[in-house]
Ligand binder design. Structure first.
Ligand code: ZN
Length: 261
């Protein structure tokens, strides 16, 4: 994602320190940047949109006695990126980390969820910051550097989930594959002998018929083991090339497996 940054001039920033003669906050070489801090606006929901967001932050930060917007950048819910201190000036966003850290506010307050567009823009800024500095910057929420609620629970979790840019787009539609039919488990030899009367005899008989080995049934198949069952099984076993006890008409596990394969 290429990023486009709305400059201070474009959003209508006042001169640094509200003084045309001010040279503004000190410069920081990119080589000194090692961290990327994410912030929110604070405990109150943001209702402003567009440039008004920046002007309000600027007014507040002038009120703190700062040179202007203290964040390096601000990202709004539409995914716009606004220049604050930019890439090259010392920030005013987290004591002790204003030189090492690039500070970015996602313009939400308490109770507001960051939009996918905002998160994608913030992540794009992070990637650009890594590219420009030539290193992998540490991902931090404000409270990793200072005792504060900032950046709120959602953004903090997002930062520590590795700042995912968005849900991955599946490369192809995912249709659940049909589960392969699996052969039923062999119920045991004792289910198939004279006197046996159970559902497995019926299951066996139905399968024999389906596979073309039902010619000895005059009735059924049914749950009561019969000579017809035995002879049909025998026919199936002989068709496997088996002889002798292997073709005695009483199904074992291998007969069952082949019959239901
Ligand atoms: Zn903060």
């Amino acid at each position: 994602m290429s990023i486009s940054i709305i400059s201070r001039a474009e959003w209508g920033a006042k001169p640094w320190d509200n003084n045309p003669k001010s040279s503004g906050p000190a410069s920081v070489p990119l080589a000194e940047r090692t961290e990327f801090f994410v912030h929110w606006d604070g405990p109150h929901p943001i209702t402003r949109t567009g440039y008004a967001i920046m002007r309000a932050i600027e007014a507040e930060h002038f009120g703190n006695g700062w040179s202007g917007v203290g964040y390096n950048f601000v990202v709004d819910q539409a995914g716009n990126i606004y220049e604050g201190r930019g890439w090259s000036r010392q920030g005013a966003h987290c004591p002790g980390h204003n030189i090492s850290g690039i500070g970015v506010q996602v313009a939400i307050g308490k109770g507001q969820q960051p939009s996918a567009a905002a998160l994608a823009a913030c992540r794009a800024l992070y990637d650009e910051a890594c590219r420009k500095t030539g290193r992998t910057l540490a991902k931090r929420g404000h409270k990793d550097g200072y005792a504060t609620e900032c950046p709120g629970p959602e953004l903090y979790e997002w930062v520590h989930d590795g700042m995912p840019a968005g849900a991955p787009v599946p490369s192809k539609p995912t249709t659940p594959s049909k589960p392969k039919p699996t052969a039923p488990a062999f119920p045991g030899r004792d289910k198939f002998r004279p006197g046996a009367n159970n559902k497995y005899v019926t299951q066996l008989g139905n399968r024999l018929v389906k596979k073309g080995y039902g010619k000895h049934y005059s009735v059924g198949p049914g749950p009561k083991w019969s000579e017809a069952d035995r002879r049909n099984v025998e026919a199936f076993q002989r068709a496997q090339g088996w002889t002798g006890v292997d073709a005695d008409g009483y199904p074992g596990p291998e007969t069952w497996r082949r019959l239901f394969a």
